[in-house]
Design a binder for this molecule. Structure first.
Ligand code: ATP
Length: 415
């Protein structure tokens, strides 16, 4: 059977993965077999999310669905943050994985509580939604999920008496571990910013989370980090770092959906107050020109964005929010020739030359000398992928280190 659970935490504490890990421990102790533990991230643009819009699914055998369901309900009733208006837990138990269509809808689009309940009734699931029951959406999505591409996260959890206190870690050991296991683990640290990324700062039970390509690599990496003793660790199979949230752009952007789109830069980047950088983009699909943003928290990523020029051919990945595309990463497929701005000096008399017309080179006002070639300056960026730093990365976004392209296509940050 499969048990799905969601929406148990608040900004002040708890975490659905922690309850999932505790439930798995309780069930194992009671003689059940707990198989795959799955952590799915759903649409990152959902406004009700506490942090990363996570939901969990446990694969369980032994006992009856009713007993498992009751254990999960008791745990949620004891630990969920019911005091928070935005905490509306949901628990679902099914005997078989339902059709994945609902998972894809929750991952890439939006779902209503009503349609979720209709679907749960139609498939004969055991379910309970607390308060407004919104957590049923994530719980049903988690049991319906399919992971054609998957990564792993080892989550270490804190002792309850430490919740809300500063986490004790040896930062240096996280940098050593990340370097020793690269490129098989990622987002443990941000080397440019010099920060540890995988240790949260809130009151939740997570001590750290190591992300990587296999259970073995995340275990190897976790063995190298030094910290306060975790009370529990759990390796989750996840859709994190897979780009599963991206839809191929169809020419009509919709609020809250995330896209992958090809097209051409239609206007040079501009930096606005606050340090945000934006440019105009003409996608291959559809008529409208789109505004694309790299926001200030994406830090050095904006330096690359500022180097783009009209005519550059790109693939963009990001979410459509408030009439603009919020960039997660992009690939430069082809660079336009950037025309020199200042006119060159005349090779005959050394005088200043002026443009002879678009694409026609330059002519000298003094001696009528001509240069027929349009002068270009070498571009400082190259074809390839560029991404936001680990500090600013979304859980679902595939890191460039996971993009394996044929060698002749590599460049940018995957070259
Ligand atoms: P938690 O650890 O509690 O899961 P979180 O940051 O993952 O924290 P939630 O508190 O679960 O976020 O809040 C997200 C809420 O949005 C959940 O109730 C979930 O069921 C719901 N939800 C998830 N995806 C969608 C979607 N595509 N459409 C509508 N609601 C969604």
């Amino acid at each position: 059977m499969f048990l799905g659970m969601d929406d148990t935490d608040s900004p002040d504490g708890m975490c659905t993965t922690y309850l999932g890990a505790i439930l798995a421990e309780n069930l194992r102790r009671a003689g059940y077999t707990v198989g795959e533990m799955r952590l799915v991230r759903l649409n990152p643009n959902v406004v009700w999310k506490t942090r990363g819009n996570a939901a969990v699914c446990l694969e369980i055998s032994g006992g009856t669905p009713e007993e498992v369901f009751d254990s999960a309900c008791r745990l949620v009733e004891e630990f969920a943050e019911f005091g928070c208006e935005n905490t509306n837990p949901g628990i679902v138990v099914v005997n078989e994985r339902p059709n994945p269509a609902f998972y894809y809808q929750a991952l890439q689009r939006f779902c209503t509580i009503e349609e979720t309940i209709q679907r749960l009734d139609a498939i004969g699931a055991l379910y309970r939604g607390y308060k407004c029951g919104r957590g049923l959406i994530g719980a049903l999505a988690a049991v319906s999920s399919v992971l054609p591409d998957a990564t792993y996260e080892l989550l270490a959890y804190r002792s309850p008496e430490r919740f809300g206190t500063q986490r004790k870690i040896v930062a240096e050991s996280f940098f050593t571990s990340a370097a020793a296991t690269f490129p098989h683990t990622w987002d443990t640290v941000d080397p440019t910013a010099g920060t540890v990324v995988c240790v949260p700062h809130g009151k939740d039970p997570v001590l750290y989370g190591i992300r990587g390509e296999s259970p073995e690599w995340v275990k190897t990496s976790a063995k190298m980090v030094q910290s306060e003793p975790p009370i529990l660790t759990q390796i989750w199979r996840t859709n994190q770092g897979t780009d599963a949230h991206l839809l191929d752009y169809d020419g009509e952007p919709q609020e809250g959906l995330s896209y992958r789109m090809d097209g051409v830069v239609a206007g040079n980047p501009v930096t606005t107050c606050g340090g945000h950088v934006h440019f105009t983009f003409k996608p291959d699909a559809g008529e409208p020109l789109l505004t694309v943003f790299a926001f200030e928290p994406t830090k050095e990523f904006r330096h690359i964005v500022r180097m783009l020029r009209s005519g550059d051919c790109l693939t963009l990945c990001g979410s459509w929010k408030k009439n603009s595309l919020h960039l997660e990463k992009f690939r430069i497929n082809d660079l336009s020739d950037e025309q020199i701005r200042a006119s060159p000096k005349c090779p005959v008399c050394g005088g200043r030359m002026t443009s002879a017309g678009r694409g026609k080179g330059y002519k000298c006002r003094t001696c009528s000398g001509r240069i027929r070639e349009v002068a270009t300056v070498p571009r400082k960026i190259s074809v390839g992928w560029y991404e936001v730093p680990p500090n600013a990365r979304r859980h679902l976004a595939k890191p460039v280190v996971r993009i394996h392209e044929p060698q002749h296509l590599q460049g940018g940050q995957n070259g």
